[in-house]
Design a protein around this ligand. Structure first.
Ligand code: DX5
Ligand code: ZN
Length: 225
């Protein structure tokens, strides 16, 4: 099954509840929440108070993507705010295992993210202890960028490792994903698709979500290429 996770970063922040309801009705499975601290990435977005406020209005699964330095300091705040899953960046702390353990101590779903320049080998040691690996397909920090095609190769590598080792780990792709390039990511092995601009900036988000889902049945066979 393909999970669609619209990124709230592309929503109209003046109308958050209506915006969330719009994508929920359009068929979203998750709400992807991009938390940025102006230190790990050169941008600031929102934090626990905003998440806590929208938590009161929707039952959508909150997929929290932490782009913050030393995320282990703030896990409890995001748990209390209402996260369902917390993803940290492998580059954001020297204590990755501690941060993962902290998330799991709260019985939370846990993800590990890697930026475009980070090799797959950096996350392999953690794959047996997480539920999801998030492959950034743009430089983290801003929505509305173009997907970097080279990152899709990392999805393929991860999928192979996960299968070869009998692990059960979701692969999420994040950054510049739209209905046109989603088939590439899905064919490579991604099953959680983040799309910010492509969904929130569309007048017909249900069409975009449907098209992305259909990508599963338009798998590209690389052996023929
Ligand atoms: C980038 C964020 C992404 C981004 C996705 O740092 O992690 O989630 O908001 O937005 P689009 O789909 O517009 O690239
Ligand atoms: Zn994100």
């Amino acid at each position: 099954m393909i999970y669609i996770a619209p990124s709230l970063l592309a929503a109209d922040f003046g109308n958050l509840n209506e915006e969330i309801e719009r994508v929920r009705r359009a068929g979203a499975n998750y709400l992807h929440l991009d938390v940025m601290d102006g230190a790990f990435v050169p941008n600031i977005s929102f934090g626990p108070p905003v998440i806590e406020s929208i938590r009161k209005k929707t039952k959508l699964f909150f997929d929290v993507h932490l782009m913050i330095k030393n995320p282990q300091r703030y896990i409890e705040n995001f748990v209390r705010a209402g996260a369902d899953s917390i993803t940290i960046h492998v580059e954001s702390t020297s204590r990755v295992a501690d941060a993962i353990q902290k998330i799991k101590d709260y019985d939370m779903k846990c993800g590990i993210a890697l930026s475009p320049a980070t090799p797959v080998s950096a996350v392999l040691p953690y794959l047996s202890s997480v539920d999801m690996v998030l492959v950034m397909t743009v430089e983290p920090g801003f929505g509305g960028q173009e997907m970097i095609p080279e990152c899709i190769e990392k999805v393929r590598e991860l999928k192979k490792y996960i299968n070869d080792n009998g692990l059960s780990v979701d692969i999420e792709v994040d950054g510049g994903i739209n209905a046109e390039n989603a088939p590439l990511a899905i064919s490579a092995g991604a099953n959680v698709i983040v799309a910010g601009s492509a969904i929130f900036k569309s007048k017909t988000p249900s069409k975009v979500i449907k098209q992305i889902r259909e990508a599963e049945f338009k798998m590209i066979d690389y052996t023929e290429a």
